[in-house]
Structure formats: structure tokens, C-alpha cells
Design a protein around this ligand. Sequence first.
Ligand SMILES: [Zn+2]
Length: 212
Amino acid sequence: MSAEAKLREEIVRYGQSMFERRLTFGSSGNISARLDDGWLMTPTNVSLGRLDPARLTKLDEKGNLVSGDAPTKEKFLHIAMYRERAKARAVIHLHSTHSVAVSCLEGIDTDDVLPPITAYYIMRVGRLPLVPYYPPGDEALAEAVRAKATKHSAVLLANHGPVVTGTSLDAAVNATEELEETARLYLMLHGRETRFLDPAAVEALRKKYPIE
Ligand SMILES: [Zn+2]
């Protein structure tokens, strides 16, 4: 099986897995992966639970359609992340409930939305900036995402959801899940006195496990 054929199968498998675990729903959410000469991306108006490997969108290096169905309307979010993250091989964008809930909270730190609850969050997601709200399809959102992606492998779109990169599809899925579970923990801990990781421990993790 060619590398591209294998990647197509992986996108379908991860899409179905995330859909079945209710990490995304309806036709929301999209997955992309880098090829040597462009990208594979999930098509518009299709459930991640019912993807067809043969119909995935294939784009060239400029983002033009090569084959498959029309791309997700959020294509520009993915391309904005790849343009700034040279080592990113995959991007996942979901409307995962707990991450979206956190993206709507008043008073959060827009430079780093979630506190350091666990070491794995620091190792897989790192710092998570909030990108201001723009309506769906607004190209200004791509610029706002690019501005944050220069220094971050993941961003949270206000009142919308996360966009997460990885050095492989597997890594991007793991980071997305880590983010969603950390958002869930954060909401669970609301109103309770909480001991977060101390700044020295966080710094040590950031040094030892830099995020690419
Ligand atoms: Zn979206």
C-alpha cells in the first residue's frame, strides 16, 4: 500500500473513532494530513464518522483541488497552521464540547487558556492561546490563526473550538484528545480549591519536551 493510501485509511479510521467517542458530531470537525506535494483533507458537509478514503479531498501545495470531493469550508484554518508550523504533518479541528465551553468563558487568560493541570497537557499541547471570534468562513480568521501559530502548535478559536497540529496524524489526535480532556477537568474543578503544577515544574517540562 502506498504512503498516501495508508494515510487515507488512517484519516478515515481516526475520524470514525473520534466521531464514535462524541469528540465531534453532525458534519462538524475536519482532519488534514500533509503529503509530499500537498495535503489530504476531509471534504465539506461530511460526518467524520462516515468518511470514504477514495473521496477525501486532495489539494496541491497552493491549496487547489487535485481530486476528491470539495474541501471543508475550514480549509484555510488548516493551511494557515501548516504555513507557520514547518514540522506539522497533520491538523485536527473539532467542535469538541468541553474545549468549546472553555473558549466561551469570560476572564480566561487569552495567552494561555488552560492552567497546568497535568504534565501530559504541557507535553502535548503546551501553551494554548485564544484566537478572537470571527464568523464562519471569514478569511480574517486565517490571518488571526497564523499570527498565533508562529509560536504555538495548537490554538483555541473563541466560541468555536480547537485547531491542533502534530508531527504525525497520531500525535495530532493525541494532542487534541489531551486538550479536550484537560478542558473537561478544568470545568470539573471549577469552584474547588485546586493545586496546579508549580511554575518551576512547568518550565522543566517545557524544556525537556519542546513542542514542534
Ligand atoms: Zn469549526
